[in-house]
Design a protein around this ligand. Sequence first.
Ligand code: SAM
Length: 281
Amino acid sequence: MDSIATLYVVATPLGNLADMVPRGLEVLQMVDRIAAEDTRRSAPLLAHFGVTTPMFAYHDHSGSRDTERLLDVLRGGGSVALISDAGTPLISDPGFRLVDAALAEGFRVSPVPGPCAVIAALSAAGLPSDRFSFEGFLPAKEQGRRKQLLGLSGETRTLIFYEAPHRLLESVRDIADCMGDDRVVVLARELTKLYETVVRKSAAELAAWIAEDRNQQRGECVLLVAGYQPLPDALPVDALRYFDVLRAELPMKQAAALAAKLTGVKKNRFYQYGLEHPLKN
Ligand code: SAM
């Protein structure tokens, strides 16, 4: 391992300590300072592996003084390792500002890859993984969450969300409402831990399953949603969105005519769609 001033970005286990990668341990032992999201949360990990390097609390709200203190270690020729409570720093976790500042000053930034919930979940979900979109956490409030889900309903890539356990059920219900009851959703919960669960069902079935078993509303979870798969003769998702707004306010014939004018799609297709798919109240 070289000794030029370097900021190492080190992944740590998601739950199972045996997932700590050997090079990560070497780096944590060798650096001058460990920047940790929460020093109390990281202390047991370091103690377990006998790492004695001094820790320093760092999160993105730390303010520029804390960033400066860490940059000073690098400016003095030392090295710093950045860790978060679990998984890979910067992935829905702090560190962006520090990495950005270190690069801006010309310091070397080096990743030590390892556990990451989004990748672990995707690897076991059985959904297309050649292209995917990681969306971080959904908005906590219903209105914002539904708006975001509606905006993503035509996305053809696999979608991945982190979710808090107490919002899991509402979110899966909103996915069913905004993307369709039949959309395939995977819940990946407590990965690498005792109660690890990976379950794949339609959105409506998954919501019912979670509602029935309160244990599923505990622990840490990732939701993965199969991408939208347009049928060969399906109406474009954007066109349908216009049509749905219009037919909620107007008689269907008029809504179909207006949607046709707005989108260039034939009005009969909207009309036929409207007959086959009545609006839900
Ligand atoms: N940086 C972390 C990573 O690399 O995955 C993610 C940090 S984010 C603050 C925490 C979220 O990650 C949790 O709310 C959950 O959605 C997900 N997560 C973390 N550990 C998990 C696990 N063992 N099983 C399932 N999801 C997990």
